[in-house]
Design a protein around this ligand. Structure first.
Ligand code: ADP
Ligand code: MG
Length: 378
């Protein structure tokens, strides 16, 4: 049976360089940091391509030499220090599970943490669960794992994705614990990544914080329009399909060149049968996307106060706003007063419904933004 990929525009994860657009400079900068033993923190909007880029760097390292072991840990699902420890232990186990007796050694080594091997019933992926009783237990657990990792006869690189998550853990001293354990192995480079600019900048730029000045910050922007256009043209022509540049541009504008949304639209356009993509194919697809997501979007109305929803609509209809507390914007959109706008703005930003992007407040989810615009623009 042939199991080749049928659509080169992937909308989740990472496959290989063929389906990955550009990021050449960014990749080089991260590889340089790693080979110089420097730590680096990658920051961007959600869905701009941080995880993809980390996986791309991981792929490059592992292809370039068998001497690298990259330990990639996604912290997004973790809620406390114990779960972070479980994630790191599980990644380590998956990397080394084919070595003889590794599980026995690992279980023995960490026996004070009462390790338990479990298997995800849906994915079949093995995980390790440990039991940490106290802050000092967490520290020694981390030390034990790092000691096991340091036995690997390779160059080690750590990648902590969605690192700002540790700021939400109930443990107050988690940053200090992690920092002190990490410092015991200064030769290992760490790449941190996350979408909460504010939280990450606080962690790394405030002098009183344990991670102060421990990494360089790297902001991941949009992929350049020219590079993305070439990428789209190449993938279409490789698949014996045709699309004109002006339609590609139309998609870039509609999606604000925000990577996930660009990928999503071209993934669907690629499936259109017939000769060349037409303008009405593109319009029909935009409409279909808004319809597909509508049930979810309608729900937001119930979760927000009427004033918050009015502000959200106004931001979408104006395709972003630089000064949301200006008198004109408030009267145009029936938003009562500057102080009520400030309150709602903060509430929407805290819920990550809106975001400050290139000096403009925008509705964070591009499709939601287009849906609001479509329904409420008169
Ligand atoms: N350079 C790229 N070329 C093509 N697709 C990409 C690229 N970077 C990311 N993607 C895709 O875009 C989507 C969002 O990227 P992701 O890395 O998950 O964003 P983030 O981690 O910043 O939230 C994913 O589906 C991913 O496969
Ligand atoms: Mg990610």
């Amino acid at each position: 049976m042939k199991t080749g990929i049928t659509n080169p525009f992937i909308t989740r994860g990472y496959l290989c360089p063929d389906y990955f657009c550009d990021r050449a400079e960014e990749t080089k900068r991260i590889l340089d940091a790693i080979s110089s033993g420097r730590n680096l923190t990658l920051i961007s909007l959600r869905r701009m391509g941080k995880t993809g880029l980390l996986k791309h760097v991981k792929y490059q390292l592992e292809q370039s030499s068998k001497e690298f072991t990259v330990i990639y840990v996604d912290l997004l699902p973790t809620m406390n220090g114990n779960e972070m420890l479980n994630s790191i232990a599980s990644v380590l186990y998956r990397i080394r599970k084919n070595e003889r007796n590794f599980l026995e050694r690992m279980l023995g080594f960490m026996s004070s943490l009462r390790p338990r091997l479990t298997v995800d019933p849906l994915t079949g992926e093995p995980s390790l669960e440990l039991k940490v009783e106290s802050a000092s237990g967490l520290k020694s657990g981390l030390e034990q794992i790092l000691r096991l990792i340091s036995e690997i006869k390779h160059d080690i690189v750590f990648m902590f994705d969605e690192f700002q998550q540790i700021g939400k853990y109930p443990e107050k001293n988690i940053e200090a614990v992690l920092r002190s354990v990490i410092q015991e192995y200064p030769a290992v480079p760490y790449i941190f990544s996350g979408s909460s600019k504010h939280m990450l900048e606080n962690m790394f730029m405030l002098p009183e914080k344990p991670f102060y000045q421990s990494t360089e910050l790297m902001y991941l922007d949009r992929i350049q329009e020219n590079d993305y256009r070439t990428f789209v043209q190449d993938l279409f022509s490789n698949g014996k399909r045709k699309i004109e540049d002006d339609l590609i541009l139309k998609v870039f504008v509609w999606t604000r060149l925000h990577t996930y949304y660009v990928q999503y639209v071209f993934n669907h356009l690629y499936m259109k049968r017939g000769s060349a993509i037409t303008d009405s194919d593109v319009n029909n697809l935009f409409h279909q996307i808004l319809t597909d997501f509508e049930p979810q979007f309608i729900n937001y109305r119930n979760l927000l106060s009427p004033h918050q929803f009015r502000l959200l609509k106004a931001i979408a209809v104006e395709d972003g706003i630089t000064q949301p507390t200006s008198g004109n914007f408030i009267s145009r959109n029936d938003l009562t007063s500057a102080s009520s706008v400030s309150t709602s703005l903060k509430a929407l930003a805290d819920k990550e419904m809106i975001v400050l992007d290139r000096d403009k407040w925008q509705v964070y989810d591009v499709f939601l933004s287009r849906w609001l615009e479509y329904h409420y623009k008169d």
